[in-house]
Design a binder for this molecule. Structure first.
Ligand SMILES: [Zn+2]
Length: 251
């Protein structure tokens, strides 16, 4: 009988003890979680849901950082020149690619934007033969690389140039409305500096965007988009070349 009582007591003590352990362990772990002193640090793997949240946040941030960076440097999507050359000697080729570099630098510059937006003809902010576009719209059209024969805005100048040589002529270059290629006379290009070539590339390319000018020398011809923008690129290009020379002298 005593033995049974003792057995029952031991069993009772065991149950109480077990319950106690069951209660104390969760209490201790709550205390650990609430520890504000940072003594206990528990790393748990991220759940799929948490991973998705973070992935989204990182992507958003990278995107806005990238956009901010672009806006800071260029204020516009970065304009690029895609130049394809046929029938060029290596020396002429080097000059043409230098011209492409100039175009890229100039068209991405603030000065170019200001020059185009403030351009005046007949005391008004406008170009001649402007296709009813404002200066801002002309600038946008140029920067977005909206060639008539190549669909879509790609912020890229898609230029295909073929070289030929003709001695007794005053034609520097020519092209047709239904082709994207432009033909340039090496007789002139051999004497041109890369900034002049850049100006001529841009002139011909403006035709590919749909801009025209008077065929004969008229008072307004120089104010047309191909002539005026070509000239602006040449002038800003010369400035760019001067800066390059000065940097080279310095180094
Ligand atoms: Zn022209």
């Amino acid at each position: 009988m005593l033995n049974l009582k003792r057995k029952f007591f031991l069993f009772f003590a065991y149950v109480v003890n077990a319950l106690g352990v069951c209660l104390i362990i969760p209490l201790l772990s709550v205390a650990a979680d609430n520890n504000q002193d940072g003594q206990i640090e528990i790393y748990q793997p991220l759940t799929e849901y948490e991973k998705n949240i973070l992935e989204q946040a990182v992507e958003d941030n990278q995107k806005s950082m990238f956009q901010n960076k672009m806006a800071f440097f260029f204020e516009i999507p970065y304009f690029e020149v895609a130049l394809t050359l046929t029938n060029f000697t290596p020396i002429r080729e080097r000059k043409a690619f230098k011209a492409a570099e100039i175009i890229q630098q100039v068209l991405n510059s603030k000065e170019f934007k200001e020059q185009l937006i403030n351009f005046t003809y007949n005391n008004e902010k406008q170009f001649a033969n402007n296709e009813d576009l404002t200066n801002e719209e002309i600038y946008e059209k140029i920067i977005s690389g909206e060639e008539v024969l190549i669909s879509g805005l790609n912020y890229q100048m898609d230029l295909v140039v073929s070289s030929y040589y003709k001695k007794f002529t005053s034609t520097v270059g020519y092209t047709y409305p239904n082709i994207n290629k432009i033909y340039v006379n090496a007789k002139f290009y051999d004497h041109y500096n890369p900034a002049q070539i850049a100006g001529n590339f841009v002139h011909e390319w403006c035709h590919k965007l749909g801009f025209i000018h008077d065929y004969n020398r008229t008072a307004r011809r120089a104010y047309s988009v191909p002539y005026a923008v070509g000239y602006i690129v040449e002038k800003l290009g010369e400035k760019y070349l001067d800066n390059l020379d000065r940097e080279e002298e310095f180094n």
